[in-house]
Ligand binder design. Structure first.
Ligand code: SF4
Ligand code: SF4
Ligand code: SF4
Length: 274
């Protein structure tokens, strides 16, 4: 194993530490130092394990970050990190945890690391990825428009609470987080079995993809194919949970904005062309 292979995890840790220290000092809140350091260490550890060819590297990160977000931030700190929480803090004009989380992980971060959030941190997918349909058994369905309905519904729900001047909004947002998560898990698991596809919820329902898809189109980090090595065996597409045509290097490749950087294609390519 060559030393230079470890540059990427070190760089990732440095990026997160920069964010951690900057937010800690500018917001005068040590929570940000702890929060972004923890996430940076988890992601860097996963990258380190991946370089060491540990099979479950991605799952380790997914559990470390996903459980931290769901249990510590969501249930213990009462921070609604779902899209309703984002709207809520946006309306109140508070640039705190949920808004910062969305800005970093789901809106501007994807310009750099694409849908890394979906592959390594999302607590919904953390559970869905335990289900048996790791690669889709059926062709993709043309029902992706549902994500716009759920996106609009989440916005209307929070806007209505503000317009109606409902009291005790913080408590309502906490329960919205619990009920919203339960609904995501219920619908996600049902869809996975109905479509024989663990990631069906991500492909058709998840409202956050309204942010993630267009931003990740420009992602700096993306899997590309060395055409000189590729023998067009098609294995990469068969193992891809998101139906991405990774052999096409253009940004307009089929389902290109669905790539969650899981690296299954890279691990399975017999010619190391990816
Ligand atoms: S698409 Fe939505 S549910 Fe799926 S991993 Fe991404 S954020 Fe999570
Ligand atoms: S698995 Fe590798 S060799 Fe086969 S089509 Fe994909 S990139 Fe080409
Ligand atoms: S298998 Fe490859 S192309 Fe498909 S989502 Fe994972 S990293 Fe992206």
């Amino acid at each position: 194993m060559q030393k230079r292979n470890y540059l990427l995890p070190v760089m990732m840790l440095a990026i997160f530490e920069t964010i951690a220290v900057t937010l800690w000092l500018t917001k005068n809140n040590i929570f940000y130092l702890f929060n972004f350091s923890y996430i940076g260490i988890s992601i860097s550890l996963g990258m380190f394990l991946f370089i060491r060819e540990y099979k479950h590297a991605r799952r380790v990160v997914q559990l470390l970050v996903g459980l931290y977000m769901l249990i510590y931030l969501g249930l213990i700190c009462n921070e609604n990190m779902q899209i309703e929480g984002f709207w809520y803090y946006l309306f109140t004009g508070v640039f705190e945890a949920a808004t910062i989380h969305y800005a970093v992980a789901k809106i501007f971060g994807p310009l750099f690391f694409g849908r890394g959030w979906c592959g390594y941190a999302c607590w919904t997918a953390m559970v869905l990825d335990f289900l048996p349909y790791k690669t889709p058994a059926q062709p993709r369905k043309k029902i992706g428009w549902i994500r716009y309905v759920t996106f609009a519904a989440s916005f209307i729900f929070v806007a209505a609470l503000f317009l109606a001047k409902v009291g005790n909004l913080e408590r309502i947002m906490f329960w919205a987080f619990i009920i919203g998560n339960a609904a995501y898990y219920g619908v996600g698991i049902a869809l996975a079995f109905a479509f024989k596809d663990n990631r069906a919820f991500c492909k058709y329902i998840c409202p956050i993809t309204v942010f993630l898809k267009p931003m990740s189109y420009y992602s700096v980090i993306r899997v590309t194919c060395d055409k000189d090595k590729c023998i067009s065996c098609g294995k990469c597409k068969r193992v891809c949970p998101m139906n991405v045509d990774v052999t096409d290097n253009s940004r307009k490749r089929e389902n290109g904005t669905e790539c969650i950087l899981c690296m299954e294609c890279v691990r399975n390519c017999p010619k190391k062309a990816l």
